[in-house]
Design a protein around this ligand. Sequence first.
Ligand code: GLU
Length: 297
Amino acid sequence: MTFRTRFAPSPTGPLHLGHAFSALVAYDWAQAQGGEFLLRIEDIDQSRARPEWESQIYEDLTWLGVTWPRPVMRQSERMADYGAALDRLWEQGLLYPCHCSRSDIAAATSAPQEGAPQLGPDGVVYPGTCRDLSPRIGPRPRNVTLRFDIAKALHGDLSRLGFEEHGMNAGKVSLDVSRLPKTVGDFVIARRDMGTSYHLAVVLDDDAQAITHVVRGVDLFDATQIHVLLQQVLDLPTPHYLHHPLVRDEQGKRLAKRDDARAISLYRSEGLARRDILAKLDVYRAMLTQDFKLNGL
Ligand code: GLU
């Protein structure tokens, strides 16, 4: 099997140092293994995706010395595949429509008898208000939010739930699935305005692109649990993962899209060279393992 990694940015802002790190780790790992590196544009959120950010991604990556095969996969062109997977999950009775607004959820979870709301990968763990409100029969409802019934999914055979981790905490990770209803909860698998979700799209895309090794920030570690569960339910292989450290600013705060000051394009316009960027990332590279080299450094 070809060793294959990917970088999957959303074209909703400039790439910053953290993105550069993710892309370079994935790219250089593939190079070192004689494998392939793919680029995927995660543009399901059409209200925020902009063509100019997409062009900037291509420019910045090229400047960083990263190359990838064309054409790139774009999530906005894969809605039919996402819909087909939702149909399958709906037919298994694993999805239900949810009509709760954010404030409904906040109100339900802040009731005094509930204690402090539990936070999961997508914010407050859903209290299950809509879980048993409508029958899960007939065609899959459209133009509504659909949630994934974790407890129901756990009735299946999920004994294999786990994955191989590389990098800082290399080893086998096995997930305590009995805790997922409390720690993750019934996550949104299709947003009303999108017809899919990050979680569903990323799982299906990694499979469609035959990704064997997923490189992503450690902030997505909890989301990976959702992805491994979905892979199991959809009969898809689970790739290996490398959750890398987050690049932080001088105050120790993780970088966000709005941190324009650390945008690669800004560094470029200020005349920094690629090796200056690599030097800024060296401390993070050193946290992975000794074998990781960024662009041959
Ligand atoms: N598109 C996601 C982001 O920009 C990351 C994709 C992933 O690694 O799953 O944060």
